[in-house]
Design a protein around this ligand. Sequence first.
Ligand code: FES
Length: 139
Amino acid sequence: MALYSDKVMDHFENPRNVGVIENADGVGEVGNPVCGDIMKMYLKIENDTIVDVKFKTFGCGSAIATSSMATELIKGKTIEEALDLTNKAVVDALDGLPARKIHCSVLAEDAIKAALVDYYTRTGKKMPESLVGFEPHED
Ligand code: FES
């Protein structure tokens, strides 16, 4: 059996939504201190909806594939829906990842949350309960 699913390979080789949003409403950057990989997520938000999202990942193939899939899953969704997106849902959407690569998908979930924290901090809007005190995972 192949180590990586076709979907993982597809999103690694043709990642969606790569880039930078210059006038983003929220930017989140997270890193994994163990492997040293870094992910940056840019959100454009209108009426509590994520109208655009882009990412830059300096990291492994699984981190690139999960960021790509995560952006696809939150684009056009409300903030509330984006907050419900777990790394597990991203992994499932990619038809799985090897166990030792699950931490890569955590970066994607954390980067989205960090970008939303930035959005609420900048706008001064009331942060949803689930984001208050948010800290990216350490491993
Ligand atoms: Fe670090 Fe994948 S090995 S994010």
